[in-house]
Design a protein around this ligand. Structure first.
Ligand code: FES
Length: 157
């Protein structure tokens, strides 16, 4: 995960990323992943830049960026928490835990705390249904989730 804050838009760096994938079929997706790795997000400047570089319309580029939920238009926080909202976790009180977590942090789904520390993202089944409700904290599973267990995992991980 890229540290918060990410570097400002840099057309030279973006051009280097595009050049890495020159001539490749389906270059847009790997370019977008590399841009997100470089900038911490896919900055708004990337859409017209890639449209020009790849001879696509801005709408085509925007359509791909907005279709894939992994692409962010602002950098994630230093820590990323993915909270499961699928059925098994819901049946074990996951929505109440999520509501408490969001309230404690003062963010909505997809939001980042004001200090840039934590981003909360929804996911739909992590394969951890047996220990629902579940979450990932920077990719590490946390089961039998409570708001306090999550706070401890974020603080201690
Ligand atoms: S439903 Fe939440 S981990 Fe499967």
């Amino acid at each position: 995960m890229t540290a918060y804050p990410a570097p400002a838009w840099n057309a030279d760096l973006a051009a280097e990323v595009v050049a890495r994938h020159a001539g490749r079929d389906g270059a847009l997706l790997p370019i977008l992943h590399d841009l997100q790795a470089a900038f911490g997000c896919v900055p708004s400047q990337a859409t017209p830049f890639l449209a020009m570089a790849l001879n696509l319309s801005r709408a085509e580029v925007h359509g791909v960026v907005s279709f894939y939920h992994d692409f962010r238009d602002v950098p994630a926080g230093r820590r990323t928490v993915r909270l499961c909202r699928a059925e098994a976790c819901q049946s074990m009180g996951g929505e109440a835990v999520a509501a408490e977590v969001l309230s404690r942090l003062g963010v909505d789904w997809g939001g980042t705390t004001a200090d840039g520390e934590v981003t909360i993202e929804p996911v739909y089944c992590l394969g951890l249904c047996g220990v629902a409700p579940a979450a990932l904290v920077d990719g590490e599973p946390v089961g039998r989730l409570t708001a306090q267990r999550l706070a401890d995992a974020v603080a201690g991980a």
